[in-house]
Write a protein that binds this ligand. Structure first.
Ligand code: SD4
Length: 341
């Protein structure tokens, strides 16, 4: 039987549920997107010290592009770091040739590849971006530009690096096999090759990135990896996020890896899942090569959410924000065991 009282009670309840759900909906549309910035993240354990330098810029309200440039200059100057900047291992002919690039929130970018005798390639890349109509300068032209801009030409091959190169010349075998960099470093291997890729989100919510490396140790003279290639070693889209890579550059270039990661985030992937998908793309394209090498991607989105993914165990990344300045996170990875399952 129809009970008017019950009906009124029910309608009131339904109306208030509707009102609540309207207000919840309205809230979820109007509420500010949860954000975590400023924040800076970068590849490998040497990223911890680099992030701290970048943080000095970010905590003062500075621009992300200035933060990443300042940050990656730290490993570039580190005499004990044989994979970035000064003291980087040379190519097979004994030349230290460096690659770097930078990209800001406006889509401006600058890059240098195979530059010699200049200790801070990232700052040359910055000037290519700021002072030329170009994106990329290579080899002698890049060095000439740097010297015109006041950089000092110097010998970057240190005694330690020369010794390692001479040692390598005894067998002169170069094969980028199974590069589990962090483990190699702690075990004292001379032949690791790690790049610093750094991404920052500043107090205004703008994203920039930088990437710098001496590339693969004892590479062919003139070989350029992914690190200075916009879209491969680094990509930033201020509407979406940024990504960077480390590892065997040839496989990253083949898949335009960092651009791919950013485009996946645009489609709604989380930073970690975007990195994972890019890693899987590498495996799909060259499954036999993928088993033998290391590649890692690192990404951040507009909300300050970050994540990483690598082919193999051993990849790590550093995170610095207002809560913690020296966090080092082990990267997740695809191949869980030695049989590459
Ligand atoms: C390159 N991606 O030259 C760089 C090297 C690197 O960890 O990142 N090694 O291919």
């Amino acid at each position: 039987m129809f009970n008017r009282r019950k009906f009124l009670k029910l309608s009131a309840a339904t109306a208030s549920v509707a009102a609540i759900s309207r207000s919840v909906k309205a809230k979820s549309i109007d509420a500010p997107v949860p954000t975590n910035y400023p924040i800076v993240i970068s590849t490998w354990d040497f990223g911890v010290a680099a992030n701290k330098e970048a943080w000095k810029v970010l905590q003062k309200g500075g621009r992300a592009v200035d933060a990443v440039e300042a940050g990656v200059r730290v490993p570039e100057a580190d005499m004990h770091n044989h994979t970035v900047g000064r003291a980087g291992y040379p190519d097979r002919d004994g030349h230290v040739t460096l690659d770097a690039c930078i990209m800001d929130e406006y889509g401006n970018c600058g890059s240098v590849a195979a530059i010699e005798n200049i200790a801070h390639p990232i700052s040359v890349a910055r000037l290519v971006m700021d002072k030329t109509p170009h994106v990329m300068l290579v080899g002698d032209g890049a060095r000439q530009f740097a010297i015109e801009q006041g950089f000092k030409a110097e010998e970057l091959l240190t005694d330690e690096s020369r010794k390692a190169w001479k040692e390598w010349l005894k067998t002169a075998k170069y094969s980028p096999v199974m590069n589990i960099e962090n483990k190699q470093r702690t075990q004292g291997s001379k032949y690791n090759h790690d790049t610093i890729g750094m991404l920052a989100l500043d107090a205004k919510g703008n994203i920039s990135g930088a990437c710098t490396t001496s590339g693969m140790a004892f590479k062919m003279h003139g070989r350029v990896g992914d690190s200075p290639i916009i879209g491969a070693g680094l990509y930033v889209d201020n509407e979406v996020g940024g990504a960077t890579s480390t590892g065997v550059g040839e496989e990253v270039i083949r898949n335009v890896g960092s651009f791919l990661v950013v485009e996946l985030m645009r489609q709604g992937y989380s930073p970690e899942n975007a990195c994972k998908e890019a890693v899987q793309r590498i495996i799909k394209k060259k499954p036999e090569i993928a088993k033998q090498i290391q590649v890692g991607f690192l990404a951040i989105n507009k909300k300050g959410e970050y994540g990483a993914y690598a082919l193999q165990d051993g990849f790590s990344y550093a995170v610095c924000d207002q809560n913690k300045q020296d966090l080092l996170v082990p990267g997740k990875f695809f191949y869980k065991d030695a049989n590459h399952k």
